[in-house]
Design a protein around this ligand. Sequence first.
Ligand SMILES: [Zn+2]
Length: 218
Amino acid sequence: MHKRILVVLPHPDDEAFGLSGTLAKQISSGAQVTYACLTLGEMGRNMGIPPFANRVTLPEIRKKELQESCAAIGIQDLRMMGFHDKTIEFEDQDLLDSRIMDLIQELRPSLIFTFYPGYSVHPDHDATGAAVVRVVGSLPEQERPKVLCLAFSRNCQEVLGYPDVTQDVSEFLEAKMKSIQSHRSQFQAAELLGSKTLKDKEIIDRFGNEKFWTYKFD
Ligand SMILES: [Zn+2]
């Protein structure tokens, strides 16, 4: 059981498909979750279907969507870190690392969720994961929180093996779907469900498990 969990991801909506069910589950068993979202995803191409956002309004819209998603999951502490979308890989590494280190020292999490560096498709995802493992790896071994990573590059299972942590979130699909639905400038969550309900086997098979790789520091 983890009392304090830190989530470090670069974009509003990164939490929705990959780990919103896991977070809702952990929170329901008493965990305190802090979600450090590095950017507002303000360079995103999606403006809603039909479009209701534009370049100027998108950051504010995505901020509200993120808050709504966090409320759906039950996340108690959302930190919007103010970095710029699509530039995490070019950020001053010392600044990025020190902001993450500050969070770890303040919160003392026993578990951190992030992306697996090198296997997470988007450069912001990889750069975020790389920063987290750099910072955690700099701590003495006995002080390191466990790091669980999301990965979805095509070769990730080939190289990393099968994910070693699977969370059954079938009882938390309502929170998960609400989290996905919150990001309406990005997805049409209703289309995911179609005529199906959260009790349908197809939906449970598709969304009911969340998988992670434990980052190995040696
Ligand atoms: Zn993302």
